[in-house]
Design a protein around this ligand. Structure first.
Ligand code: VG1
Ligand code: CO
Length: 543
């Protein structure tokens, strides 16, 4: 087997976004595109000579081909060992766990997460460091810089490795260790949660439905929920990962998981339902007659996590991304927990988790996790909910209502305007940014603006500063609006508008979200001029 050095030239736009590099699959399949980026990763981390890496992905189209290329490039770079999930599959949290558990030098995750997959859809590559977490901003910047001065990459000339057989094999001088993608992750879950209590709950007739959305969590959910916890066959649906996710968006929200919402609202509702995304790090929680807002889910979990064995000692602190609702802040205040507010993206939780400052963290985008790995974790959230329900005997709806009675309710919604012209969307936010200082004291849709700023974050652990992380508007009475542009899209720009209103009057805790937020939505439109500037009559996705 021969190592080849291939001459190449920098390719524009290989800048990692909120979560790695995401592009149209066709772009990734273009000449040198994947190879350039992978070589840039190697260069940015000081090469892979003698290192051990983890490799796997969510099974989307091109996952298998990309894995073979990365193996050949790791071998050419002199890596000692790559631990690969069987058939190149690993959920994002399972990859994070393997990186940590095996004490490796990091890993590569092939995923565009909740973005659709297929030859005409999206692909992505992400590097996670030795702590198991996504590359921090500073490393992302170094990877990008390396893409801009790349002249060549090294690759082994070799046949494909058969990734369907468990066990160790060699590629040149490198060991390729093919592991069961589920086993270590399932063992971790069994250590954190009271599987006996959950199994008894299920044996007692408590019904669950988990929708894997044709993505990577299928095998994990089947093994854990059905085989280990005894949920009847058929409790996990859409459980076979497919390269195009059955033609759908593997995004667990009320739009793309509408079937599940219809199910819990109908006569055959299970006691508990959930869904995850393409790479298994997101979660959506539902109960009979109720969909739990991710921000509320984080707050409920923070208030009750001590009921699960893995968190019985209590929490060190909690963190949420800035656009996430302040529901968890109220729990933190009541329980005397430290609360951190970070920019969007899991990479910002890493230093807090590593330093032991927080145990639980979450984002409004259906991401919840803890210090057990360094990624958000969909099935973990499902199991923590089940453990809490098993301990309390409450229904999902009871849990929520009791939570709102105790802490008040942060009514919340996110409005996404997708595939906007990038120039137009950028100009809209630039213009608003320029007007921020003059907004305080003025009125929008009849509400007085009491705060207006652009969020910047100073990491209290490593001292790094991240600027330009979202425009925030505070309205009199506690309502909040946040505007930011997505960093995970592959087409034009996506504007995200995050809307929140806090209510604690006992008679007003169970109102329709759209009714409570209507004045905040009107104010948001007036402040940024969304309708006027985009010509859109409303958002594409409300979650
Ligand atoms: C989105 C979410 C963010 C999440 C990120 C990655 O980013 O808003 O909260 O961390 O996706 O999640 P953005 O920049 O598009 O708003 V995943 O499950 O797509 O890796
Ligand atoms: Co994801």
């Amino acid at each position: 087997m021969q190592k080849r050095t291939i001459q190449t030239r920098p390719i524009e736009g290989q800048k990692p976004g909120t979560s790695g590099l995401r592009k149209k699959t066709r772009i990734f399949m273009g000449p040198h595109y994947l190879e350039n980026f992978v070589q840039a990763v190697w260069n940015a981390i000081g090469g892979v000579q003698g290192k051990t890496l983890v490799l796997g992905g969510d099974g989307r189209y091109f996952n298998d081909r990309a894995a073979q290329v990365i193996l050949r490039m790791a071998a050419a770079g002199g890596a000692a060992r790559v631990i690969v999930g069987q058939n190149a599959l690993l959920s994002t949290p399972a990859a994070s766990n393997l990186i940590r558990q095996r004490g490796t030098d990091g890993g590569i995750i092939l995923s565009a997460s909740h973005n659709p997959g297929g030859p005409e859809e999206d692909f992505g590559v992400k590097f996670n460091g030795p702590n198991g977490g996504p590359a921090p901003e500073e490393l992302g910047a170094r990877i990008f810089a390396a893409t801009q001065r790349l002249e060549s990459y090294d690759i082994l000339e070799a046949q494909d490795v058969d990734l369907s057989q468990l066990g160790a094999t060699r590629l040149g001088g490198m060991v390729v260790e093919i592991v069961d993608p589920v086993a270590d992750y399932a063992a971790l879950m069994a250590r954190l949660f009271d599987f006996g209590a959950i199994a008894r709950l299920i044996a007692g007739g408590f019904t669950i439905r988990f929708d894997a959305m044709h993505a990577v969590t299928g095998p994990y959910a089947r093994a854990i929920l059905q085989d280990m916890l005894g949920a009847p066959e058929g409790s996990v649906v859409n459980a076979v990962p497919s390269p195009d996710f059955g033609g759908g968006h593997p995004d667990p929200n009320p739009i793309w998981a509408k079937d599940l919402v219809d199910l819990v609202m109908g006569p055959d509702a299970p006691d508990f339902a959930a869904a995850s995304d393409g790479d298994g790090d997101r979660n959506m929680i539902l109960g009979r007659g109720i969909v739990v807002t991710p921000s509320d889910s984080l707050a409920v979990l923070a208030a009750n996590a001590h009921l699960a064995p893995g968190y019985a000692r209590g929490l060190a602190g909690v963190a949420r991304s800035m656009p996430t609702s302040a529901a968890v802040d109220r729990v933190a205040a009541a329980r005397g927990l430290a609360l951190y507010e970070t920019p969007t993206g899991w990479k910002f939780f890493g230093s807090l988790l590593d330093a032991g400052r927080v145990t639980l963290c979450g984002e409004e985008s259906a991401g919840t996790g803890s210090d057990h790995v360094r990624e958000k974790d969909g099935l973990w959230a499902v199991l923590l909910w089940l453990n809490i329900l098993a301990e309390t005997g409450a229904s999902v709806a009871d849990m929520l209502r009791a939570h709102w009675r105790e802490f008040g309710r942060n009514y919340y919604a996110r409005h996404d305007y997708e595939a906007l012209d990038a120039g137009l969307a950028g100009a809209m936010l630039d213009d608003l940014r320029a007007r921020l200082p003059g907004l305080v004291g003025t009125q929008a849709a009849g509400r007085r603006i009491v705060a207006a700023d652009e969020f910047a974050y100073d990491d209290p652990v490593d001292g790094s500063r991240s600027e330009g992380q979202g425009l925030r508007i505070g309205l009199e009475g506690g309502a909040r609006i946040v505007f930011r542009l997505s960093g995970t899209g592959t087409e034009g720009a996506t504007l995200r508008v995050y809307l929140e209103e806090y209510v604690d009057a006992p008679g007003r805790l169970d109102l329709p979200v759209s009714e409570v937020l209507a004045p905040v939505i009107a104010a948001a439109d007036e402040i940024a001029g969304i309708t006027a500037r985009t010509g859109r009559s409303g958002p594409d996705v409300v979650s």
